[in-house]
Design a protein. Sequence first.
Lengths: 418, 366
Amino acid sequence: MSASLEKGINALKEQVDSSVAAFFSSCVHCGMCADACLFYTETGGPERTPINKTEPLRRIWKSEYTLFGRIGKLFGLTKPVTDELLADWETLVYDSCTLCGRCSMVCPVGNDIAAMIRKTREGMAAAGHAPDGLIGATKRAVTIGSPMGVKFPALQAQIKHVENDTGMTIPVDVVGADYMLLLSSMEIMNFPEFIEAVAKIFDKAGVTWTISSEAFEATNSGIQIGVSDIAAELVQRIVDAAEKLKVKTVISPECGHAYMAIRWDGPNLVGKPFDFKVRHILEVLDEFRKDGRLKTTGKESQRLTYHDPCQISRRGGVIDEPRNLLNMIADDFVEMPDAGKMNWCCGAGGGVSSNERANEIRLKVFQRKKDQLDEIKPDAIVSACSNCRIHLEDGLEEYHMEIPLLSLTETLAEHLAD
Amino acid sequence: MTNKFDDKNKTLGDTLRSRGISRRSFLKFCAATASMMALPPAMIPKVAHALENAKRPSVIWLSFQECTGCTESLTRSHSATIENLIFDSISLDYHHTLQAASGHAAEAAREAAMEENHGNYILVVDGSIPMDNPGYSTIAGISNYDMLMDTAKGAAAIIAVGTCATYGGIPHAKPNPTGAVSVGDLIKDKPIINVPGCPPIPVVITGVVTHFLTFGTIPELDHIGRPKVFYGQSIHDRCYRRPFYDKGLFAETFDDEGAQKGWCLFKLGCKGPTTYNACATTKWNNGTSFPIEAGHPCIGCSEPDFWDGGGFYKALSMPTENITQTALYTAAGAAAVGVAAGALNRAKKNAATKAHPNTTIEDLEK
């Protein structure tokens, strides 16, 4: 109960580094980021122009770190950061941004606008201006171990189901395994088939793997709310578990932001390189394919398309892998317009789906995905992020479209050769 | 044949359709215009909508001390393109060169247009106004000054076309025998858009007209009244020969190796660095090329007093003093200031990091 404007301002000051300073001073106000953002294109609200979402951070940079800004501050000419400003910006910074990074791709001067919005969240959260839903999720992540409040016994129950269905043993806390699998609570609660699929594929591939009872949650609410201290704590739990189990590789599951958090932000958050590798499940499966450890039989005759989760394709660079894998099992694969690194975001990642206030806008901006789908009319959509999956199902229902969502890992498992 | 009244009430959309211009090519024009005016793509439909529904506004074109080059530029160089049709599709009620009427009938047309559209017509002026002896240039016995002041009264906006109308141009060059002045020198109470150049680029004027029809306002202007979208950057900054300038590779004469290799024409007097115009990007003759591409230095025709700049082939003045030492001192001083500012900023950031309390879930709410 100690968030304050003063803390928020201090956090913003701390976030201004040489890249932020360079970004702000090179912004040419061209507005190209607006047309790259679905929260702008589908609402037409100029306040949702991505660079505008960083206004609190920009004001701190200007008033604290530039000569003219400091002179202006003396005469009251430089605009200050106030509680009212942060309150006004809350819906822009959290509800209208999934940190998908499409804006960063189009910026003609190379500003990583998504990263700047992520930094702006540090100030918002410290000043007590994070959305209630996200605060709740973060508290659960720290105290219970998962943003959806999933405890290990719940996972154990799902594991038991899978074991009963398949007759296989799901390895838990096995020291010295090759791979340690992380899961998102979304998968544990809604898609336990994912665990089953991984078990089957890894069994056929002849590799050892395990789930840790101490750190199974992959998602990182600390990053989404914008509190690096908490984000680092959540990453540290995974690092501790991986070191304890002496695994070679930690696998990030079918979840976009989890991948970004553990693979790319992780080492920076804990301040040292990992002793293990971090790979996305699709990267691991594609390695299996290359090594001849993954063999499939039969093909899907229905028309399939692939929705690129923003953090996996655009921010993570895992673009060819899903296509290589789909190629093995799809007869009629069709790319949607803007597929690959410029694909449009689902509209609900980066904390938006944990924030009930954003429900209306996330369904409104789904129109962009609908337009893409209308153009190619697929029979089913394959993806590799459970959050995308849940939200796409939600959006399709809202717009009265009947297209099933498939997990790539699960679909591969269905075609596994004996 | 439609009568005059019907014709006036036709929208631009009607006119274009009756001339067989497809919607596709019309939208292409709108997209090109929007990008030329640096408007976001979302504005294209707005431009199209505004243009389609624009009632042909009345335009009165006055020509004073000029050579008709501006009219030539506008009517000819893009002949048979949609820009031209847009331009045809304003109601051009008075224009010496283009109108069929002559003598009293011509003046009557101007007076009728001024009366009918009082407060709403666009006044276009090319040529400068002689203030010495009105006899230097009169039309129908009316001095240029009187005609300008009289016609300007009821205008919604004035577009000064060409360097003569905008800054006095060649008539204004030393010793300025006619006492030539620009439109802006005489009229202070109306919005004036300066479209200089000798002559100006045709799409620039259609762009200005389009902007006026779309938004009902004049575009953002620079300190000498030029629309920033077209005159915001120097020829030099946008010149395809700029890399040679940066490398110090210059043509010394018009027939040396450097000239043949297309090196920078700075030493041959190019005024590109001090000239603001869109030549290097929009180019001339339907986007074919611009003077520097033809091997000739820019003469700076869209700048005030370009004729008195000391010779077209004289390099922009070199500094006369020993600049090396001054530059060294300046650089050293600037570096010291930079280092000090950097240290200050780092200290501030470090202080912020130090003041950072470990944030826990207890600290997320007020």
